[in-house]
Design a protein around this ligand. Structure first.
Ligand SMILES: Nc1ncnc2c1ncn2[C@@H]1O[C@H](COP(=O)(O)OP(=O)(O)OP(=O)(O)O)[C@@H](O)[C@H]1O
Ligand SMILES: [Mg+2]
Length: 345
């Protein structure tokens, strides 16, 4: 195939692009800003994200993906067009793109992504399951005849899958991940302290003092918000235990989903997982001691992959290095004209 080979991790929180030969070339938030009156695009990526929750009425900021799937078709296309132009500006041919999606998405959702990617400038596009790419990026030998359990905790979804012999044996996906932790912190602070905080502040609490198990040493962070009753500015100190207690239900939901997947995994593969361990990828997995929480629940050794946020993009990169193998395994690259037939496949 002519044209450059590109991998896109189209995530709820961020878009990460990998180009063959160069590695990760773009890592930007999934966000688009418009002028409210004219609906004209005025910023994409980090610049748009910086405006979020601080925008005046004249600007509208959109996060075009929700729970791992496209919720705003036009905004996603406009965002990807910008990003593809940025990474392929000096290329004559349109790129071949492999894009990742959470496991368990519907055929319509798959078709929508292919449609958008080709409308945004890809010559041919192909979908890959997110957990498979995550495993490749985490350095798992996915082709081996042994099973490994991968848990990709992103912003919108947690994808859990058992990988063996180059494909997924069993998988599940839940809509509880990094963003759900932030929401839980916002709810707790409002309920217990009568203070409303924004999503960015909640994320800062989570990444600075958050812990997935009851913390041994207490850490504190002072943040600002507004009083729920008086609507006046408020300053409050949050402890790591407060933060853990706020997120406990969501952490439990993820650990329980991992345990449930083990229940439906064939016994031989469970035996392999017991010796190979569980691998965590995705930004959400960077929550302090998330691996301990899952290890405590399952009794299986759990490790956090290196550079967990970019595992999916780097995993697609590895697959791009051997496109023939990808095609042999049944991955089909489609151009715009061929995509209409996607319903039948
Ligand atoms: N150090 C950290 N500790 C805890 N959480 C973190 C940390 N760094 C990033 N995150 C969280 O990781 C999440 C984003 O992860 P990632 O970029 O893998 O998501 P995504 O791929 O865009 O989403 P999805 O895969 O669900 O579509 C955010 O919720 C962010 O707050
Ligand atoms: Mg992701």
């Amino acid at each position: 195939m002519l044209g450059r080979n590109i991998g896109i991790d189209l995530g709820t929180t961020s878009v990460i692009i990998y180009t063959q030969g160069k590695g990760v070339v773009l890592d930007e938030p999934s966000a688009v800003a418009y002028k409210t009156q004219t609906r004209r695009l005025c910023a994409v990526g980090q610049k748009a994200f910086d405006m979020l929750e601080r925008n005046p009425d004249s600007l509208r900021v959109v996060q075009p993906l929700r729970d791992g799937v496209v919720s705003d078709f036009t905004a996603t296309r406009q965002m990807l067009t910008r990003y593809l132009t940025k990474v392929c500006s000096n290329s004559i041919f349109k790129p071949n793109v492999v894009v990742c999606m959470p496991s368990g998405v519907t055929n319509l959702e798959k078709r929508t992504v292919l449609d958008i990617v080709t409308a945004a400038g890809a010559g041919r596009a192909c979908l890959m399951e997110e957990p498979l790419a995550a495993a490749l990026g985490a350095g798992v030998d996915t082709a081996a005849a042994t099973g490994t359990l991968v848990v990709d905790i992103g912003g919108g979804t947690t994808d859990i899958a058992v990988i063996t012999q180059g494909s997924i044996a069993v998988s599940s996906s839940i809509k509880v991940a990094g963003n759900a932790f932030d929401e839980a912190i916002i709810r707790q602070v409002r309920r217990e302290r009568d203070v409303i905080i924004g999503h960015k502040t909640a994320e800062r609490i989570k990444t600075t003092i958050g812990c997935a198990v009851l913390p041994e040493a207490e850490l504190f962070l002072t943040v600002k918000g507004k009083n729920y009753i008086s609507n006046l500015p408020a300053t409050l100190e949050v402890s790591s235990t407060d933060c853990f207690l706020a997120m406990r239900e969501q952490i439990e939901a993820i650990s329980e989903a991992v345990r449930s997947l083990l229940e439906i995994t064939p016994p031989e593969l469970v035996g392999d997982i017991a010796s190979n361990g569980i691998v965590l990828t995705g930004g959400g997995a960077m929550l302090l001691r998330m691996s301990d929480a899952i290890q405590n629940k399952t009794g299986i050794k759990t490790r956090l992959a290196e550079n967990p946020r970019t595992c999916v993009a780097r995993g697609i990169g590895k697959a791009l290095g051997n496109l023939e193998l990808l095609v042999e395994q049944g991955y089909i690259f489609k151009n715009r004209e061929e995509i209409t037939g996607f319903y039948e496949t």
